[in-house]
Design a protein around this ligand. Sequence first.
Ligand code: ASP
Ligand code: MG
Length: 437
Amino acid sequence: MLVMKFGGTSVQDASALRQVASIIHNHAAEPGGVVVVLSATSGTTNTLLSLAERAGRGEVISDELTMLEVRHSGILSELAPQASHTDLNELLHECRSYARALQILGECTPQSLDHMTAFGERLSTTILSSALRANTPSSVYFDVRTVMRTNDEFCAAQVDMHHTRSLCSQHLAPLCASGSIVITQGFLGSTSDGRTTTLGRGGSDYSAAILGAALSAREIQIWTDVSGVYSADPRYVPEAQPITELSFGEVRELALYGAKVLHPDTIAPAVEALIPVCVLNTFRPEDAGTRIVAHTPSTAAIHAVSIVRGCSLVQCSVATAAHIRSVPELGRSIILESETVESAMLVLKISGDDGILALEVAITDTEVVIQPTSLLAVSGPHVNMPIILAEIAASISAFTIRAITTGAATHTIFVAVDELQSNEALRAIHAIIPRHR
Ligand code: ASP
Ligand code: MG
């Protein structure tokens, strides 16, 4: 069986949803069924959050609700002109009543925020299943709150994996076994006494990973609006390409050091269950995307170069380094360090004026060099091989390199480069990648 998750831009309008429907159709014969996990239409979660807060302050939000209704009804009409609007209208009515209740109560608790934002995913899934019902008899709407059991930390609820697993075997596995295409919500959960919770912003990927693990899916597909995880940010490196295959370990390191990829914690349940996760493009479904697996047999030396901008490289004594580490605000912002018996080098990513002030205070009366730096993280299965290190060093010999650190991470080496030269250095290292594909 297969879990397919579609993000907010993949369900944002009728034309995107048409793509989604066709992708689902192509997988309809999947043995063991398909679970389709949807996000809310793009922007809707934010809209609902702000509407709930405003209603809780007693404001009238009728016009905004009308806009939400018009958008969602419009999508269904355009997507499937013959489809019944009964379920959608019922849900829109429920949403309006709930907002009205908040307005009368004049308060909005975290619990009400979750109940309100949940309408986003409930709407997108209702639209898709109403549209599919006509020509895909095997599709069924499923309320994920039946199986996604959480605690009552509203807005960032923790999933109870044990109960979720057994509820999935009880309620969801039989549907899948009968070959159904199950349409359900990402992001939502429920406490054991039936109150709606959410798993935290962007939580739909996590939902997909949990359902995939609970149902022993053969694969979890994350459908989005880019063709996978790129070898570098295409805004700075136009020649960047999607990486065909990545290991779980590499993804973790990539995400830690600036690459815009799936947050590794969100796919942790898949990693644990050794289920491959594929990142695919809804708008270019023929693209190969990126497959994230436990171990890659890849012979590539380097897969990606990512960048953390706006760092401060601090060269100081061991004692000063210890002091910097002990200031909580600074300690938290250290992203790389290396130390000898006498001296130390720290790379800090400090945010805000308070942090800069804290650093200035920490180093008063000491001999310290601080330099504005970008940290490049070069990652790949064989990036630590001496011959590759030599090649990387040669590629950036023309730049002001403040540090190169190897051996600290399994799949990543770090290059601290003068802030002003960082884009050029990024491209220079990236140019090595095609030589080793
Ligand atoms: N709709 C939710 C959000 O925007 C969850 C998700 O899209 O993953 O945060
Ligand atoms: Mg979203």
